[in-house]
Design a protein around this ligand. Structure first.
Ligand code: SAM
Ligand code: SF4
Length: 335
């Protein structure tokens, strides 16, 4: 157990899960996530991999048990495997229960075995469609074939895979059934996500938003869905699908608020701590990180920030053309 006081917010929630966006850059430009012509942070603003390690380790000292690296695309950050390798010492010591990542899968064929060697046991891979042309349209720059090679490599390396798919009105809405059958047939869990109003993109989010309550009702016409208490530490609620024997996760920030059980905080690649994905309040951890070699100032800054963790977000996608609820993109805060 950590020798320091753990992180408990004003609503009594224990913060044990940290997501770290190790880069805001990506080799895809998914239509719901980024504008095609994105301006990324200057490289000099980023924390080095050594600084990211120190920051993550400070959170482990503060009681984080589960660490997820994300982005942007975490696997496009140069030398990212050195960060996984160094963080794996916390798995070996038992301080950390899980080290994992969310990836678009484009580089997974190259890195799956190395990830497994670092003690990573599960990966979340985002795939919104199994149609090659549609995949290219949604991601603008991605190739589904490369991602499929990544999944094969993950399987060979013994990594458990969860597929994440954003439910998109008129895009993959009639494919969810076949995606579920494919994922469960491959032995993968499938989690569906509602689009969240994060960052300005070129399209209108009202056109993209598909409530998962509707998706669920449609699936229930064909399948027997039973709610199960299965938890991975994230915000998904799980259903068991009797006909496939697989699990279906639902992440429903809009139709069902999951904030009451929130155990997460997020850090960006510049060392900004966001206590809630859906709120702007943040704390700068880069300054205390660089101020001294001791971690005391970082611990103090974390404690102060956790004391301000808000009760929840207030995403709404109702009015046509409404601006993003939060100005920063998901790729900055990390999904
Ligand atoms: N690049 C990696 C990937 O795509 O898996 C990791 C980062 S990405 C921001 C993490 C997850 O957030 C992905 O599953 C993506 O589909 C999802 N995402 C991105 N923008 C979103 C939005 N506006 N609403 C809901 N989910 C979003
Ligand atoms: Fe990149 Fe992931 Fe955003 Fe797609 S969802 S643009 S893969 S960060």
């Amino acid at each position: 157990m950590s020798p320091l006081p753990n992180m408990i917010d004003p609503f009594g929630r224990h913060v044990e899960y940290l997501r770290v966006s190790v880069t805001d850059r990506c080799d895809f430009r998914c239509v719901y996530c980024m504008a095609e012509d994105m301006t990324f942070l200057p490289k000099r603003d980023l924390l080095t991999l050594e600084e990211l390690d120190r920051l993550c380790s400070a959170f482990v000292d503060k009681g984080v048990r589960k660490l997820r690296l994300t982005g942007g695309e975490p696997l496009v950050r140069k030398n990212i495997m050195t960060l996984f390798q160094s963080l794996s010492r916390h798995l070996v010591s038992g301080a950390l229960q899980e080290l994992t990542l969310t990836t678009n899968g484009s580089q997974l064929a190259k890195y799956a075995q190395q990830l497994a060697d670092c003690g990573v046991e599960r990966v979340n891979v985002s795939i919104d469609t199994l149609d090659h042309d549609k995949f290219h349209k949604i991601t603008r720059w991605g190739q589904l074939g490369k991602v499929m090679e990544g999944l094969e490599a993950a399987r060979k390396a013994g990594l458990a895979v969860k597929i994440n798919a954003v439910a998109l009105k008129g895009v993959n809405e009639h494919e969810i059934d076949s995606m579920m059958n494919w994922a469960h047939g491959e032995g993968f869990d499938l989690t569906l996500i509602e689009t969240m109003p994060l960052g300005e993109i070129e399209e209108d989010r009202t056109d993209q938003y598909l409530p998962l309550s509707l998706v669920r009702r449609r699936l229930e016409e064909k399948y027997t869905l039973t709610e199960i208490p299965y938890k991975t530490g994230g915000p998904a609620r799980y259903l068991e699908v009797a006909e496939t024997g697989g699990r279906l996760g639902l992440i429903t920030p809009l139709t069902h608020n999951f904030c009451e059980s929130c155990n997460r905080v997020r850090v960006t690649c510049t060392g900004t701590l966001y206590m809630c994905l859906g709120q702007d309040d943040a704390a700068d951890l880069r300054t205390p990180l660089r101020a001294s070699e001791s971690n005391d100032e970082i611990y103090a800054a974390i404690d102060e920030a956790i004391g301000r963790k808000p009760k929840g977000h207030d995403f709404v996608i109702e009015r046509q053309g409404e601006k993003a609820a939060v100005g920063r993109h998901m790729s900055v805060t990390g999904g």
